[in-house]
Design a protein around this ligand. Structure first.
Ligand SMILES: CC(C)(COP(=O)(O)OP(=O)(O)OC[C@H]1O[C@@H](n2cnc3c(N)ncnc32)[C@H](O)[C@@H]1OP(=O)(O)O)[C@@H](O)C(=O)NCCC(=O)NCCS
Length: 187
């Protein structure tokens, strides 16, 4: 049988084991809308308002003017299918700190190891390329997959935001998680 040529992931910015990460394009508007409108994602990400292609197009067109926000599209290596978005927010070049986020749009793509792969890649990018000193995030205490993916990449629980966010009649606690340059390099 004729072998297919190896995939080169031409648009890739960062390449992991299962996924690669690439810059956002206007072709991604439907994926972005799915990420932020999906009831399943809104449940775990605590999003409350809808978005549309117009809002997302404006966002993508202005994106790389903002130096403190670095989003990337998550693509499965094997299929070349874009499945979500990851980002550094509030990149602070004085404190050398940033906030990390990740959304995989479709729950059919959850629990396949993609989130762990993306988190490892972003941590490596943050410390080795961007020269950050600290990466942090907030995660609902009930988001077991997220917490586990973050811990596997080296994040530790640093604190608790009591009743941090509200959803459907209940307030939920959130962990503050962080990883330092010295943790990553084992010093
Ligand atoms: C949170 C999210 C990024 C995790 O990514 P993922 O690809 O689903 O996670 P992984 O498959 O890499 O799994 C991570 C770990 O959690 C475990 N896990 C996966 N699903 C789980 C579940 N439902 N319950 C408990 N543990 C789970 C996995 O077994 C794995 O641990 P292991 O390697 O020790 O076995 C993804 O589910 C997602 O995008 N959810 C919607 C948006 C969201 O919640 N974003 C994060 C907000 S802070």
């Amino acid at each position: 049988m004729k072998k297919s040529p190896p995939k080169k992931f031409n648009k890739a910015f960062l390449v992991g084991e299962k996924v690669y990460l690439r810059a956002l394009e206007l072709d991604d508007l439907d994926l972005l809308c799915k990420c932020y409108n999906s009831p399943e994602v809104r449940r775990t990400f605590f999003l409350n308002t809808p978005t549309n292609r117009i809002q997302q197009e404006e966002y993508v067109r202005n994106l790389y003017k903002q130096k403190d926000h670095i989003p990337l599209i998550i693509v499965v290596k094997q299929t070349d299918k874009p499945i979500g978005i990851t980002a550094f927010h509030r990149v602070d070049l004085v404190s050398r700190a940033a906030v990390y986020s990740i959304i995989i749009a479709d729950s059919a793509d959850w629990s396949k190891g993609y989130g762990s792969d993306v988190t490892r890649l972003m941590v490596e990018y943050g410390f080795e390329i961007l020269n950050l000193n600290r990466i942090q995030l907030h995660v609902c205490v009930e988001n077991e997959a997220g917490i586990r993916a973050y811990e596997k990449a080296g994040f530790v629980k640093e604190g608790l935001l009591r009743q941090g966010m509200y959803r459907n009649g209940e307030y939920y606690d959130f962990f503050v998680m962080g990883i330092l340059h010295q943790d990553y390099y084992g010093r």
